[in-house]
Design a protein around this ligand. Structure first.
Ligand SMILES: [Zn+2]
Length: 465
């Protein structure tokens, strides 16, 4: 009889085909799932995990994190970032290209890989930046292993140019050219969709009026500024055939545009939202000031309801985090003038319990959580079924979760260096990650600790030659 490396017994295992959880036994060999069956007998294994009473999900994938390494490691680094991921049930992260230097060509891609590779506790993929200035580098970046491309349609503040140089475009003509180039690689083009010129105008107006209060952030980036840029990106996707993914959708207007776009049979558009848009309205800006500043801003109750409806009808495909940590000192710069605070909030470690809590409240079916947090992410980025699936032959990436456990998020217990800025601090949630497994390696065990740094490997994109 075969001896397996790891056997997981007694858990309720998610099946994508059945769309439900049922008791099964998972046998793992050489990093892959060797079998998933109704429990029968006791297979011999080097290690057996008893998952009695637990849910077993495909390891979560977070296709939107900023781990700040290299260049900004006072905010986060690849060790703390991937440890947070592991503790959150996440087995694969996609790191954004806005490190220092920005990942705008193949040699910078390889340099970044060299810097971070040995620190990763979970698997990782890396974005390339795409803008007019690196048009000729886009295909080379794809061949070097980039998983997808990222473009901002809004310009950064001057003092943060070195984090964004070569990743933003502020007019449609340039976006058209870059999208054409990205689509030739066969990879997905992720768009941060906020309209530069209207936001610029409104920000100038706020400053002229002397507005520095937290809500000035919201008022300088109203709903329509997201809708403008989402409409532009969807339209250009239709024109070029580019596979466009809209990141962090925050408004009812954008959700409606996506629903409409997806009616088209040849639509190549997908979209994500994040927990901070599902839990907070703009009122959080008044309560938490600069700590609640992120782009796009927190919205209104109607937007929150529209986003949940869009998740449930498929207009929004996935919920990821836009984990974007900044130090307390950096956030405090916005205490007197909101425009001086950097935007972004940590989230990689808290997504799963927040989604499970939403399911417990009846907002999202429990059965859809594996799809919106893992399976659909893998499908969008062409990694399915190697990643995002509990099926024979897939990488043995799993999250084992105690759904019955109610606990309180304590920021100081989280792995992120920016724990002092965590907005979900103190919140009571449901569902605690017990183990996270990456290719058969237990990389996190609750109350025990983490696997070795360097266990995580680069997952390359599936580019056209
Ligand atoms: Zn981001």
């Amino acid at each position: 009889m075969a001896t397996f490396d790891l056997v997981i017994r007694g858990g309720k295992v998610y099946s994508a085909a059945e769309g439900t959880f049922s008791e099964k036994q998972i046998c793992i060999s050489e990093g892959k799932i060797a079998s998933i069956e109704r429990p029968s007998g006791r297979p011999t294994a080097s290690r057996t995990l008893d998952a009695e009473g637990m849910l077993v999900l495909p390891g979560l994938i977070d296709s939107h994190v900023h781990f700040r390494d290299p260049g900004l490691t006072h905010k986060e680094d690849f060790e703390t970032g991937t440890k947070g991921a592991a503790a959150g049930g996440v087995s694969l992260v996609f790191d954004m290209p806005t490190t220092v230097p920005v990942v705008t060509n193949a040699s910078l891609f390889r340099e970044k890989l060299e810097t971070i590779g040995g620190k990763a506790v979970v698997d990782f993929a890396l974005f390339g930046a795409a803008a007019i200035s690196n048009l000729e580098e886009i295909h080379k970046l794809a061949r070097a292993g980039a998983v997808a491309f990222k473009t901002y349609t809004v310009s950064p503040p001057k003092e943060r140019l070195k984090e964004y140089e070569g990743s933003f475009i502020t007019n449609s003509g340039e976006l058209l050219q870059v999208m054409e180039r990205v689509s030739k690689t066969g990879l997905v083009h992720c768009i941060h969709a906020e309209d530069d010129s209207t936001i610029g105008c409104l920000t100038d107006r706020m400053k002229f009026e002397g507005r520095k209060d937290p809500l000035a952030h919201y008022d300088s980036r109203p709903n329509f500024t997201e809708a403008q840029a989402v409409f532009d990106a969807i339209t250009l996707s239709g024109a070029t055939g580019a596979r466009v993914h809209i990141v962090h959708v925050s408004t009812a207007e954008a959700a409606t545009l996506l629903r409409q776009a997806k009616l088209g049979k040849s639509s190549q558009v997908s979209a994500e939202t994040c927990p901070h848009y599902l839990y907070f309205t703009k009122e959080i800006l008044q309560r938490k000031g600069p700590y609640a500043k992120y782009n796009p801003p927190a919205r209104n109750q109607e937007d929150m309801q529209a986003l949940i409806a869009a998740i449930n009808d498929g207009s929004i495909d996935v919920v990821v985090t836009d984990h974007a940590p900044h130090s307390k000192e950096e956030k405090e710069k916005g205490a007197e003038d909101i425009f001086r605070a950097p935007p972004g909030t940590p989230g990689v470690e808290t997504r799963l319990p927040l989604l499970l809590t939403m399911s417990y409240k009846g907002l999202i079916p429990l059965e859809s959580i594996p799809r919106i947090s893992s399976e659909s992410v893998a499908r969008i980025f062409n990694l399915y079924p190697r990643k995002g699936a509990l099926s024979v032959g897939s990488d043995a990436d799993l999250a084992i979760v105690d759904y019955g456990k109610i606990w309180q998020i304590k920021a100081e217990k989280l792995q992120t260096k920016a724990w002092e800025t965590v907005l979900f601090d103190g919140m009571e949630v449901r569902g605690r990650v017990r183990q996270t497994i990456v290719r058969g390696n237990i990389v996190y065990e609750d109350e025990v600790g983490f696997g070795k740094m360097g266990t995580g490997e680069l997952i390359r994109g599936e580019a056209k030659p």
